[in-house]
Write a protein that binds this ligand. Structure first.
Ligand SMILES: *[C@@H]1O[C@H](CO)[C@@H](O)[C@H](O)[C@H]1NC(C)=O
Length: 480
């Protein structure tokens, strides 16, 4: 079903498969070697510029599709190496990377410090299980606690797993502390929390849930940034407690309210301070936990270490992943002492917080604490948004607005025009700039946090060319 022969096919691919997943954008295979040839070819020049990446040529797109399940709408691109904010495809074409593995490679590609820390850890000890004390895990947990409102940390491998852990923690807290039989977690429409059954249910977007029922119960949705809707929903769930008790019905109530400080996949929509203040207030009033999903916004992305810091409140629990390992898989769920209810055996993760992943986490933690990373995020974010304002002025018929914090920003296309984010992204890719849509109408910028002033200027210049090209393509299409 996927046409992969031309970049122009990309918007179609994204329309068919959906663009909003935290994982819809990936590199892909283009090559022309037979299976036999692939196995017999040992190539690669090992220079510092082009380290050996593989002993075999990449599979062709057809071969790739034969073996890999089609869960992603892939761009027709095979990336083979990178350095900083630059990536190189198999044909040697360079790309400026404003995607960073979807907000993940916070230190860019082939960062020397990350490379040496992970290599050193690999040669010392990379995995031993959580049957034993792990020095690197302890140090990373200490940093996370000292640099957030949390008191303790649970480690896992991904954002979905970290959110799953928050959900389980909130449910156990509800059963054991709040005395609820039927705990409910409230999330927002247009949110994105992951792909496991519980997190995809928490995700307030039916398109991700379709065909996966029966979904776990105990989730309700409100409109993001709508305080009245939230209050009414909480009241409805917690209401009639006395009547229910009288009738001997199980005790139902709100266990937690799970929100992103800024909705990433939902179109780069920041929460309002008023909304987060209301969430905090309602949680205090009812005893429910305030839960934050910091998977895309955490670890410096927004200019502060955690996204919720922009909103002036402290949650009771929150998750982290993506940038936490700067591209090495790791996730974490953090909580305040009052809801630290997990006991041995309650929850676990084989790979969670292993020495290799935590060594990577410690590199970015150290760069945030002493490397001026957040200063760069703030300055480059302002520079980018000023440049997006110039583009808004230049294309007033097509562009609507820009949104974002720090280095997570979206350029919003007008609803009433035909132009789609995927079309701008496809044109940008042709012009050597990698971007990723966040929904149908938002072009997302989530570059490495190390991005330079010159690279932001270059990204803006390339975006300008891409918008003009995408508009021209639409006109050509209409003229035919
Ligand atoms: C909520 O409770 C916490 C902990 O007791 C407190 O620090 C905070 O000020 C309260 N916030 C509101 C809005 O009531």
């Amino acid at each position: 079903m996927v046409k992969q022969c031309a970049a122009a096919a990309v918007p179609l691919v994204l329309l068919l498969l959906g663009t909003g997943s935290s994982d819809a954008f990936t590199s892909s295979p283009v090559a022309h070697t037979s299976k036999q040839h692939r196995h017999s070819t040992l190539t690669m020049v090992a220079t510092p510029e082009a380290p050996q990446v593989s002993s075999a040529a990449p599979l062709t797109m057809d071969e790739y599709s034969k073996y890999v399940q089609t869960t992603y709408g892939r761009y027709p691109l095979t990336i083979v190496r990178g350095k900083g904010c630059h990536l190189v495809d198999k044909d040697g074409k360079e790309y400026l990377d404003m995607v960073a593995g979807i907000s993940t490679c916070a230190l860019g590609h082939a960062d020397p410090e990350l490379t040496s820390a992970v290599s050193a850890q690999m040669s010392r000890m990379h995995h031993i299980s959580n049957l034993y004390y792990i020095p690197e895990q302890g140090r990373l947990a200490k940093w996370l606690v000292e640099n957030s409102c949390a008191d303790r940390v649970f480690f896992c491998n991904s954002g979905a797993e970290a959110n799953e852990a928050q959900i389980k923690l909130a449910r156990k807290y509800a059963h054991t502390v709040l005395g609820l039989d039927l705990p409910v977690i409230i999330t927002a429409r247009q949110s994105f929390h992951g792909r496991t059954l519980a997190t995809v249910t928490a995700t307030g977007q039916p398109k991700y849930q379709k065909d996966f029922g029966p979904l776990p119960s105990g989730f309700e949705y409100v409109t993001y940034n709508d305080i009245d809707d939230l209050r009414a929903t909480v009241k409805r769930i917690n209401g009639r407690a006395k009547l229910r008790a009288l009738l001997g019905l199980p005790k139902r109530g709100v266990a937690g309210i799970l929100m992103e400080a800024l909705q990433g996949e939902g179109g780069i929509v920041p929460a309002t301070r008023e909304f987060f203040a209301a969430v905090r207030e309602i949680c205090n009033e009812t005893g429910a936990l305030m839960m934050c999903d910091e998977v895309q916004t955490g670890m410096g992305r927004t200019g502060t270490i955690w996204g919720f810091e922009n909103l002036g409140v402290e949650p009771d629990t929150f998750s982290s992943a993506k940038a936490l390992g700067a591209g090495v898989p790791i996730g974490a769920m953090m909580c305040k002492a009052k809801c630290d209810v997990f006991k041995p055996g309650d929850h676990a993760s084989t790979f969670g917080g292993n020495p290799l992943a935590c060594a990577a986490g410690l590199v970015i933690a150290n760069r945030i604490s002493s490397g001026g990373l957040l200063t760069n995020v703030k300055a480059r974010g302002e520079q980018l948004r000023a440049g997006l304002d110039r583009l808004l002025a230049k294309y007033p018929d097509h562009l609507k607005s820009k949104r974002g914090w720090g280095l997570i920003n979206g350029l919003v296309i007008k609803d009433e025009v035909e132009l789609l984010a995927g079309q701008v992204v496809a044109a940008a890719t042709d012009g050597g700039l990698l971007l990723v849509p966040a929904g149908l109408k938002v072009v997302r910028y989530v570059p490495p946090l190390t991005v330079s002033e010159a690279e932001i200027d270059d990204a803006l210049a390339k975006t300008d060319v891409a918008i003009a090209a995408a508009i021209a393509r639409l006109r050509e299409g209409a003229a035919k």
